[in-house]
Design a binder for this molecule. Structure first.
Ligand code: NAG
Ligand code: NAG
Ligand code: NAG
Length: 476
């Protein structure tokens, strides 16, 4: 989440993306008219043929649109509808009428209204918590998006804006995120809701369902007010990757002051996945403001930083250096002017994909999927990946915001989409929305730069009230 800030002057200009552009042919006078005419006729014939072919193609794909063809995934790709009734208007006290002009009349309004009668739909009570240690048989391994999720000690998991590292050496998943179990308050009248920095929480798991609290692996600074990690500042979206060359675990995070004017990235390092991490420094990458961010480690071992910049109007992407402790001089602007944040990157069959959200603070908004052949771009926007629920669910990313996409081992094309359902009234009670994400089928809108050719597969995130990972071939 990020608030609007005044413009930051950028010192170093970067190369603009050179998108392929259709240039108008200017036919020289030496060109004979007949060549022009015959070229045109040839072109039209080819175009007609292509239209015929692609038309039958589209018809074939219509029958199994959104499907990834994998039998194990059928169940996860069922479209599950939601029909939530908005409660009738309540009687309001004259004082309440004076205070607030009008009560919520749609689902987003109900979601944002702390006193809504259907609050439990979005934020089920602790009685409904997922408790992997006390789950009797039938409910084992089921995810319930939006419910409180308990760790192995029975405490709600605190790993917001998080990401997951699979550690090959210990064959264990580590989930890192913001530990926000403190009071929510406003630093000043116009300030966004916040929780003082406590640190980065870490949880370990072998099965992605039962999570053991490994403690706070990077803690806030209590006393030193000039320190980046002082509790009055902001630490968001921590992500950890392993550097095969140095054998170190490297954490990148968004570092800011309470007013979001510092707009920097911070770096920390550890010998162990469970920390403690040593905080190294913060900086403005490539000299630019940086707010929501993530890092992505590619198959070839090169890692990238992706961050919202120029007041969140665009994203920047650039490789890290070999030890992952800094950026290099290389960076590109992507999704220029699209105002996206909360980036979550993943790769499938050599193509790069990314899910982003819009910029509306803690309030939910519509997710978009993007794709690129080269990680440095150009990136193209493919549309909203959300399927199921109802229209409002799809327009609000199921009332959540992307944070990470985790590839599922042994099932190419299947991923876990991880998102945060922020609770601005009590940020520490924000919920996790994990849902199946598949790549497959035709993209549902023609792409800007590809003449309508369906170059990339559709990214689909399926709503489920309750679901579990495909058991076969998962190695669990
Ligand atoms: C599991 O489900 C079956 C069939 O729905 C039911 O009869 C049984 O009581 C359930 N067991 C538990 C422990 O919930
Ligand atoms: C406080 O933090 C700043 C910035 O990290 C550092 O330069 C300074 O030495 C710290 N002061 C103390 C007393 O630790
Ligand atoms: C944030 O902004 C408020 C209001 O403009 C100001 O009073 C406060 O000192 C600022 N805080 C920081 C840390 O910059």
């Amino acid at each position: 989440m990020v608030t609007r800030i005044k413009r930051v002057n950028s010192s170093k200009p970067m190369l603009r993306n050179s998108f392929p552009v259709l240039t108008r042919f200017s036919l020289g006078s030496r060109c004979s008219t007949s060549i022009v005419v015959w070229s045109l006729v040839g072109f039209l014939v080819m175009l007609h043929l292509y239209t015929l072919i692609s038309h039958t193609d589209v018809q074939r794909q219509d029958t199994d649109i959104h499907k990834s063809h994998h039998p194990i995934l059928r169940e996860l790709e069922e479209v599950e509808e939601e029909n939530i009734l908005i409660p009738p208007p309540r009687k309001r006290s004259p004082r309440a009428v004076k205070r607030k002009p009008k009560r919520a009349t749609n689902l987003i309004g109900e979601f944002l209204d702390e006193n809504s009668h259907i609050r439990h739909v979005f934020f089920p009570t602790i009685k409904m918590a997922i408790d992997p240690m006390n789950e009797g048989g039938n409910d084992s391994f089921y995810y319930y998006p939006g419910r409180i999720w308990l760790d192995t000690e029975g405490n709600p998991i605190q790993a917001h804006g998080g990401g997951i590292l699979y550690d090959e050496r210990s064959k264990t998943y580590y989930w890192y995120g913001e530990y926000k179990n403190g009071p929510t308050y406003h630093a000043h009248k116009k300030g966004a809701a916040r929780v003082d920095v406590i640190g980065v929480g870490c949880y370990s798991s072998k099965d992605l369902w039962t999570w053991k609290n490994e403690g706070i692996v990077l803690a806030a600074e209590e006393k030193n007010e000039t320190h980046d990690l002082h509790k009055s500042n902001v630490l968001e979206r921590p992500k950890v990757i392993y550097n095969d060359k140095t054998g170190k675990y490297v954490m990148w995070m968004h570092i800011d002051d309470a007013n979001y004017t510092k707009a920097s990235v911070g770096v920390a390092i550890s010998d162990y996945p469970t920390g403690p991490f040593d905080y190294l420094y913060s900086k403005r990458p490539h000299g630019f403001d940086s707010r929501d961010m993530t890092i992505f480690k590619d198959d070839d071992g090169v890692a990238y930083l992706i961050y919202s910049s120029e007041d969140n109007s665009e994203l920047h992407i650039g490789p890290l250096n070999q030890d992952y402790l800094d950026v290099t001089d290389v960076a590109k602007r992507i999704l220029v002017g699209q105002h996206r944040e909360a980036p979550a990157l993943f790769k499938h069959e050599g193509t790069y994909y990314m899910i982003t959200s819009g910029c509306t603070g803690w309030a939910p908004n519509e997710a978009l999927a993007h794709a690129a052949e080269s990680i440095m771009g150009p990136w193209e926007t493919m549309g909203n990946p959300c399927i199921g629920g109802n229209k409002i669910f799809r327009l609000t990313t199921f009332f959540a915001q992307s944070t990470y996409v985790l590839p599922f081992p042994g099932l190419p094309g299947f991923f876990i989409f991880m998102a945060d359902r922020w609770n601005p009234a009590d940020l520490g009670d924000s919920r996790y929305v994990w849902l199946p994400l598949t790549v497959g089928g035709a993209a549902d809108q023609p792409l800007e730069y590809s003449f309508g050719f369906p170059l990339w597969s559709r990214v689909s995130i399926y709503w489920h009230k309750r679901w579990k990972l495909p058991a076969q071939r998962s190695g669990f």
